[in-house]
Design a protein around this ligand. Structure first.
Ligand SMILES: [Zn+2]
Length: 188
């Protein structure tokens, strides 16, 4: 059901499969059936498993780190440090001192990432780069965890999820504690 590149599979998951699963959960009982019964159970089992492994990750591993790759083809060290900042999940702000030669290029780079970061000049030559709140927050474990819990809640309570996930429920619990990433392999 994921037969596509990872990006496409994630898009499918977030745009179609998740809303569809939640819709099934709401409407199947009206039709006298349930998400816990075949063929829906297998489908939901896969959606949840894939979500946990590809979106939730663990405390120390964000499976979807900042996609904002720098468009620097000058291999400069300032951009390399900026990339590191983007990948740091908990660092909101950092100062940079690009050389006079690279300053203009560095500022252009920051403008290109204007949806995610902005900068102010602190002193001559020293630039303070600040991450926008929603960008910083969306990468954090707490926010991924809340999203996952909300998703699971919209499918059913703990007992329901346990029945649905069967012997993988234990792994789901571990993933929600952030201890280790859910190891998903498709079940057809
Ligand atoms: Zn650069």
């Amino acid at each position: 059901m994921w037969n596509a590149g990872r990006d496409d599979a994630l898009k499918k998951l977030m745009l179609y499969y998740i809303p569809f699963t939640i819709g099934l959960h709401t409407h199947l009982p009206e039709l006298g059936t349930s998400l816990l019964l075949p063929p829906f159970a297998t489908f939901a089992w896969n959606v949840i498993g894939y979500y946990l492994s590809q979106v939730l990750g663990s405390k120390t591993h964000n499976p979807r780190p900042s996609r904002q790759m720098l468009l620097c083809n000058e291999h400069c060290s300032t951009c390399a440090s900026l990339q590191e900042l983007l990948e740091q999940l908990y660092v909101p702000v950092q100062d940079f001192c690009p050389s006079r030669k690279t300053q203009e290029h560095f500022i252009d780079t920051i403008y290109e990432l204007g949806d995610f970061i902005s900068f102010t000049e602190v002193t001559g030559g020293r630039l303070r780069v600040v991450k926008h709140w929603d960008f910083l927050n969306s990468n954090r474990w707490e926010s991924r965890l809340k999203q996952a819990r909300d998703f699971l809640k919209s499918i059913g309570d703990d007992d329901f999820i346990e029945q649905l996930m069967g012997n993988r429920f234990k792994d789901l619990k571990v993933a929600l504690e952030g201890k280790s990433r859910y190891n998903y392999t498709a079940y057809e």
